[in-house]
Design a protein around this ligand. Structure first.
Ligand SMILES: *Cc1c(COP(=O)(O)O)cnc(C)c1O
Length: 426
């Protein structure tokens, strides 16, 4: 591994050699702070590509010009607009196009997928999930269990870090899956834990779930556009993610879902249906009886919100140009550099510094996020960072989350973060 130096010159040298350096200029950086911003919250809301407004404007113009006929006459006809996004999104999550559709919002998609893939029956009724999952996921899981008239405490099996530890041990997940065995209906966890930044081995979890006859799905909110995913090869049954974190596709923007090819056309799978999931060729005949599209498209309910889809397309085109391979390489290096900067600051201020990074050190166990656990003085430290133009994310009770997004963050951002951190400590 490269030996890092916590100096501006060294950071600038890394920037100069960064194959993705030109991408920074494709984004707007917030300019409301007193000092120049350090934007490390791409894991919460990605920055706006400068091209987004053109993509949206194109559809506003088509709407003005064609009215309803834009469904067919617009340059990118709205009737099938989602198809412009499918292949690009599929590449990002490692899927074949038929397995992916861009539609709805994340929590909506999780519910729609669980309606199909959480099918408690007989003694096979349990769900394995992570303890302290993202709140929306917790509520979604709880309400799914209750929806089937089942008891929560018996059927929601949460896996937590061991006493005194911050991360979930993968062996604990695998052992729990084996232990619950033929009572396990579904495994559903975050591919990257939103709080600690821990990346799970989705392949082995999927294999373990399948070995006991359960379905396996992942919430990829913090993984899509961040991790090099191979959902198809890993055999994952279903997954959902949002478009607005690493994928930079506007606040609350459209989201994605994945359904493995092996379920592409399984009329036995129950689902909540809507007209946009109906077979495209015969949809306009409006016949009674639901005849779904093959693949993930069959889970669409409604016609697509074109303006949000346009914002997503703008970003997907940037990802296409950068490529997930290069993004992944920079992710590992910039995250390691940021980590080294923080460790250096921490070492130099060891007398008054009271924080530690709880995200795994191993680059195969994390993405672009580092979670700093600040014992005691957390909020004061966070506020002192904010004061200096650092946009980070505070999570009660004591964690500061920062994420250098490989597409637009620079190594110099990391260096500047270190300078701000040192001042904040003092
Ligand atoms: C961001 C995030 C969500 C947000 O859900 P929405 O439906 O988009 O509001 C849900 N789950 C996880 C794990 C997240 O990180």
């Amino acid at each position: 591994m490269m030996k890092f130096e916590n100096t501006r010159e060294f950071a600038q040298k890394l920037d100069k050699n960064d194959p993705l350096k030109s991408f920074r200029d494709k984004f707007y950086f917030p300019n409301f702070t007193k000092d120049e911003v350090v934007y490390f919250t791409g894991n919460s809301l990605g920055l706006q590509p400068k091209s987004t407004s053109d993509y949206i404007k194109e559809e506003l113009d088509a709407w003005a010009k064609y009215g309803v006929e834009g469904h067919f006459l617009a340059e990118k006809p709205w009737f099938s607009y989602h198809e412009f996004l499918t292949e690009k999104a599929a590449k990002i999550v490692g899927a074949i196009p038929e397995e992916v559709v861009i539609t709805h919002s994340l929590t909506t998609n999780l519910h729609l997928l669980m309606v199909s893939f959480y099918r408690p029956e007989g003694k096979r009724t349990k769900i394995i999930c992570e303890a302290k999952a993202f709140p929306s996921d917790q509520y979604a899981l709880e309400s799914q269990v209750k929806f089937h008239g089942l008891d929560l405490s018996e059927n929601l099996v949460e896996i937590a870090p061991r006493e005194g530890e911050h991360l979930i041990r993968e062996e604990d997940v695998l052992n729990k899956i084996a232990e619950v065995g033929d009572e396990l209906a579904m495994v559903m966890i975050g591919g990257v834990n939103y709080y600690t930044g821990q990346l799970f081995d989705m392949k082995s979890i999927t294999e373990a779930g399948h070995a006991v006859g359960a379905t396996v799905g992942f919430d990829l909110a913090h993984a899509a556009g961040n991790i090099n995913l191979k959902l198809h090869d890993w055999g994952v049954d279903f997954a959902a993610w949002c478009g607005y974190k690493y994928l930079n596709s506007s606040p609350g923007g459209v989201s994605g879902m994945f359904v493995h090819e092996r379920h592409a056309y399984n009329p036995e799978l129950p689902r909540f249906a809507g007209w946009w999931g109906y077979d495209k060729e015969t949809r306009s005949q409006m016949e009674p009886g639901f005849n779904p599209m093959r693949g993930a498209e069959g889970w669409q309910l409604s016609n697509a919100p074109i303006l949000g889809m346009a914002a997503h397309l703008a970003s997907l085109d940037i990802f296409e140009e950068a490529g997930m391979d290069r993004i992944g390489e920079k992710r590992d290096q910039i995250t390691a550099f940021l980590e080294a900067v923080i460790e250096d600051v921490s070492k130099k201020n060891s007398d008054r510094c009271t924080f530690e990074i709880i995200t795994p050190k191993d680059k195969t166990k994390r993405g672009a996020q580092l979670s700093i656990l600040a014992h005691g003085q957390g909020k004061a430290l966070f506020d002192a960072l904010t004061e200096q133009g650092v946009i980070a994310d505070w999570r009660e009770p004591n964690v500061i989350r920062i994420a250098p997004a490989p597409l637009y963050n620079s190594y110099e951002d990391c260096y500047r973060f270190g300078v701000c951190l040192e001042k904040a400590i003092q």
